[in-house]
Each structure stands twice: as structure tokens, then as C-alpha cells.
Design a protein around this ligand. Structure first.
Ligand SMILES: Cc1cc2nc3c(=O)[nH]c(=O)nc-3n(C[C@H](O)[C@H](O)[C@H](O)COP(=O)(O)OP(=O)(O)OC[C@H]3O[C@@H](n4cnc5c(N)ncnc54)[C@H](O)[C@@H]3O)c2cc1C
Length: 438
């Protein structure tokens, strides 16, 4: 009789979870342990690319990874489904029923046994309960939402182009409001101008960036609070030069079908409204399996990334609340943190199975970079190599920014396929259209 394999279940195949599944699968899958990845989607796209998908400057079909082919290659099993609850006593996760497009039930509620569980389900946009936001704004949490934004954007560009063709004196614009002056909002604002400037080459003769009216609204005193003030100012100047209206110190109190309403009473007419004002954990985590969560529905973890109430359950990435050593500040919700946590959880799982003491997670902040599309990249790098903190702009910043995605490709595909995909990406950049128009 063969011994029962240790079953390691990872829920969420994003920036952190997919890397962990690949590394565990490559090392132990098909042999000693059974590695299982659960995701509510069938494909993975790296979340930091979503603003480019939304603006149409990136075709997600080319960058998506199908979990089924990936698991076959790397020796883990994949289950399609969404985490619903955890039965800690029986060591089982329960997945919600899988529904067909028309809402009919394909697969009923089902259970998966685990010996060790890793929760890596990321975050969702936080609307802070602001009236009308959920109904009227688009969030950039998933590919489906980014696609929805792009389709609406193209429809409005077409509307303006047709109106101007019919009557050249018509003063028509596509009005877009973006709430949140963090990296996502700033990057999206710049990317929209990049896309709009390319549209005239794709059949919309009477459309260019001058027909865009983008307003970026930030409640805090300045945009990009994670960057040094000088760089945030440089980014704001760049955005304003493109035509973006930047409002700081402006809280939004309501979103309606065609307006964003600010605390001062200004009503900003908007054809499209994007809410990118912060993240929180998914509601499903609230009290799940009796585990401890904070007020933002993130799972509270110990320094080893084990959840505070269960040694066998780890949490990592955006869905966990992990405090920086000796501080009340949490590790920030970033792709680089999810990537580093994947390594830490991998090693701690190995130590735990070998009966060795676990090691605390140490976060290495390598800095933050913000891409203003092809116009500029700004940010700060941190670490011993650059001697503390170093502000960067221009080509060097652009190079490091694009390297982050390269590293993710290598982490989820290994060196051979990862390098091949990078080369294919270079070729595609030359031979494929600059915009995704459908
Ligand atoms: C537009 C945008 C730009 C960004 N730019 C940057 C950047 O430049 N640099 C940076 O460091 N970070 C950036 N981020 C943040 C970064 O994307 C996240 O911090 C990172 O993706 C978190 O990784 P994760 O593994 O925790 O979660 P994710 O990568 O979000 O993955 C979560 C996975 O869990 C799955 N899932 C969710 N709920 C369930 C469920 N109930 N059951 C099963 N599966 C589920 C999802 O389908 C997804 O595959 C950006 C984010 C956005 C939205």
C-alpha cells in the first residue's frame, strides 16, 4: 500500500500563489506531495498590467497564463472554483458551487482536503462605503473589469469621432474621472493619453488625445504618497502637461450615473468613472473558519506567515496583514511583497514538514516605480546596491519597471520558457497593432 501523500492546497493563483504552486509542483509534485491550486478564474494575468489592458495598450490574450496547461507542465493539480469557507477541524476547504454563464449550477458545493493550506486570494478595491460607487464606477480588480472599461472607452471614442465627423464644430469629449492618486490611478491616466494618441491610426480619423478630458482626484494632499515629494511633483507636472486635471485634497462623496460629486460640491461630468482609491481583503475572509481578520478583512498572520490561530494555514500577499518588524505598519500590498512571501512560505512549509523551526518573513523594500506610459517613469529604488534610497527617472526607471514583469514571467515559467516569452514579447511589440481595439 502506498503512503498517503501530504496535500498542500494553495487558494489563489495570482502574483504570489502561482509562483508558489509552480515551485512546489516542480520540486515535489507527482512525487512526494500532492500540490493543488484553486482559483476562481481559468487564467492568470499579472495584476499590475491591468491598467494597460483597460487602456487597450496591452492585449491580455497574449499575456494570460492558462492554469490547466501550466499545472500539467509543473506537476500540480488545478481546481476551478471560489473559496467559500474553511472547516479547520476536518482540514477541508469548501468551494462555492460553479455556475454556468446563464446561472445554472454546473458543479455543486465541493470540498478539498488539506494538510497545509495557503491562502493567497489578493485584494479587492475599497470603496469605503461611498454612495453610488459600487453601482457606477469601474474597479480594476480583474481582467473582466479591465475589458469592460476598454470596451466602454472605445464606444465613447467612436461616439465623439462620429459626432465630430458629422459636425466639425461640435465640441465633444470623452470625460473620464479616476478616483485615487496612487500608482494605479496615475498610471491609468497617462496610459489613456498614450492610447488616445494612437487611435487616429486605427480608423478614428477625428479622434486624438485632445478629445480626452481626464480628471484625477485624490483625497490626500498630494498624489503618489509612497514616493518622495519631488518625484510626485514631477509626475503631477507630467500628467498636467498631457492634459490631465489633477485635484488633490479633494474627497469624493458620491458617484452617480454620469457624475462624480466632491465634498466641496463640485459635480464632475464623467462618461467613465474608475475607482482606484485603496484596497481591502475580500469579504469571504471575514471570520472564515474562525481565523483572525483585521478591519480590512485581511487575515492576520504571525511573522512566519502562519495565520494567528492556525499553524497549518498560511496567508500571503494582499490578503494578509503582516506587520513590519518592530512597527505598526503593515507590509504594503505590492507584487514584490507577494513574490517575496511566496519564497518565505515555500521555505517555511519545507521546514514545518521536516519538523524544523520556522523563520520569520523579512520584507525587502526594493522601492516603488510608477510608469507614466511611454512619457516618463519615476520612482525610488531602495537597497544596499544603491546605498539606501535613490530617486530614479527616465530610462533607468523604465528598465527596472519592466524588469518586474520579466521577473514574474521567470518565476512562473522557469528560465527557458520565461526567456522565450520575453523574446516573443519583443517580436509582438514590433509586428502587432499598438492597440487592442475589440
Ligand atoms: C492596476 C494595478 C497596478 C498595479 N501596479 C503595481 C506595481 O506597479 N507594482 C507592484 O508591486 N504592485 C502593483 N499592483 C499591486 C499588485 O498587483 C498586487 O499587490 C499583487 O498582485 C498581489 O498579489 P497576490 O498574489 O496577493 O494577489 P493577486 O495577484 O491579486 O491574485 C489573487 C488571485 O486569487 C484569485 N481569487 C480571488 N478570490 C478568490 C476566491 N474566493 N477563491 C479562489 N480564488 C480567488 C484571483 O482570481 C487571483 O488569481 C498593482 C495593482 C493594480 C490593480
Amino acid at each position: 500500500m502506498t503512503a498517503k501523500k501530504t496535500q498542500i492546497v494553495i487558494v489563489g493563483g495570482g502574483a504570489g500563489g502561482l509562483e508558489l504552486a509552480r515551485r512546489l509542483g516542480a520540486k515535489y509534485g507527482r512525487k512526494r506531495h500532492d500540490i493543488i491550486l484553486v482559483d476562481r478564474n481559468r487564467t492568470h494575468i499579472w495584476k499590475p498590467l491591468l491598467h494597460e489592458v483597460a487602456a487597450g495598450s496591452l492585449d491580455a490574450n497574449l499575456d494570460e497564463v492558462g492554469y490547466r496547461s501550466h499545472c500539467h507542465r509543473w506537476g500540480y493539480r488545478y481546481f476551478y472554483g471560489a473559496l467559500d469557507s474553511i472547516d479547520r477541524e476536518a482540514r477541508k476547504i469548501i468551494l462555492a458551487p460553479v455556475l454556468d454563464e446563464d446561472g445554472s449550477e454546473l458543479i455543486g458545493r465541493h470540498e478539498i482536503r488539506y494538510d497545509y493550506l495557503v491562502i493567497a486570494i489578493g485584494s479587492v478595491t475599497n470603496d469605503f462605503g461611498t454612495p453610488g460607487v459600487r453601482e457606477n464606477c469601474i474597479f480594476l480588480d480583474s481582467r473582466a473589469q479591465a475589458d469592460r472599461f476598454r470596451n466602454k472607452l472605445l464606444n465613447h471614442c467612436l461616439r465623439v469621432s462620429r459626432a465630430m465627423t458629422a459636425d466639425p464644430s461640435a465640441d465633444e469629449y470623452v470625460r473620464i474621472s479616476i478616483v485615487g492618486g496612487g500608482a494605479t490611478g496615475v498610471e491609468l491616466a497617462a496610459e489613456l493619453y498614450n492610447s488616445a494618441s494612437a487611435l487616429r491610426y486605427y480608423g478614428l480619423e477625428i479622434f486624438d488625445e485632445s478629445r480626452l478630458k481626464v480628471t484625477l482626484i485624490e483625497a490626500g494632499p498630494r498624489i503618489l504618497p509612497a514616493l518622495p515629494e519631488r518625484l510626485a511633483e514631477a509626475a503631477q507636472h507630467e500628467l498636467e502637461a498631457l492634459g490631465v486635471r489633477v485635484l488633490t485634497g479633494t474627497a469624493v462623496t458620491e458617484a452617480t450615473a454620469d457624475e462624480i460629486v466632491t465634498r466641496s460640491g463640485e459635480r464632475i461630468k464623467s462618461d467613465l468613472k474608475v475607482w482606484a482609491a485603496g484596497v481591502r481583503g475580500a469579504e469571504v475572509l471575514d471570520g472564515i473558519g474562525g481565523l483572525e481578520t483585521n478591519r480590512a478583512f485581511q487575515l492576520v498572520v504571525r511573522p512566519t506567515l502562519q495565520t494567528s490561530r492556525d499553524d497549518r494555514i498560511f496567508a500571503m500577499g494582499d490578503c494578509c496583514s503582516c506587520l513590519l518588524p518592530g512597527s505598526e505598519r503593515p507590509v504594503p500590498p505590492r507584487a514584490q511583497a507577494a513574490h517575496q512571501m511566496a519564497t518565505s512560505v515555500l521555505h517555511n512549509l519545507e521546514r514545518m514538514m521536516a519538523g524544523k523551526p520556522l523563520k520569520p518573513f523579512v520584507y525587502h523594500d526594493h522601492g516603488s516605480l510608477v510608469s507614466l506610459s511611454r512619457f516618463q517613469t519615476v520612482g525610488s529604488l531602495m537597497g544596499n546596491l544603491v546605498g539606501g534610497r535613490m530617486a530614479v527617472e527616465g530610462r533607468l526607471a523604465r528598465f527596472v519597471y519592466t524588469s518586474l514583469y520579466r521577473m514574474h514571467l521567470l518565476a512562473i515559467h522557469g528560465w527557458v520558457k520565461g526567456t522565450a516569452l520575453l523574446l516573443i514579447g519583443r517580436v509582438n511589440a514590433i509586428i502587432r497593432p499598438r492597440l487592442k481595439l475589440h
